[in-house]
Write a new protein. Structure first.
Length: 78
């Protein structure tokens, strides 16, 4: 798919230089950068990663906090 975009001159120059150093075309550089950006911002992927991290963590309240909460509530008039 061909497309046209507008870029600030400094961004274009930096991308052009990077493409040269990497030995890829600007089109390939832009496609790779966009694919990476989309991957990092895919909410489902982010949610999945968070589920993996927190799925193995204990979600219970620390016993010390629970004890302090009970003591605090017991001291209050209801």
């Amino acid at each position: 798919m061909k497309t046209a975009i507008s870029l600030p001159d400094d961004l274009f120059s930096a991308a052009d230089a990077l493409a040269g150093r990497l030995g890829v075309s600007r089109s390939q550089l832009y496609a790779t950068a966009l694919a990476e950006f989309l991957s990092k911002h895919d909410e489902r992927q982010i949610t999945g990663l968070l589920d993996q991290v927190y799925g193995s963590e204990d979600s219970g309240m620390d016993p010390g906090f629970r004890r302090a909460q009970r003591q605090s509530l017991a001291a209050d008039e209801w």
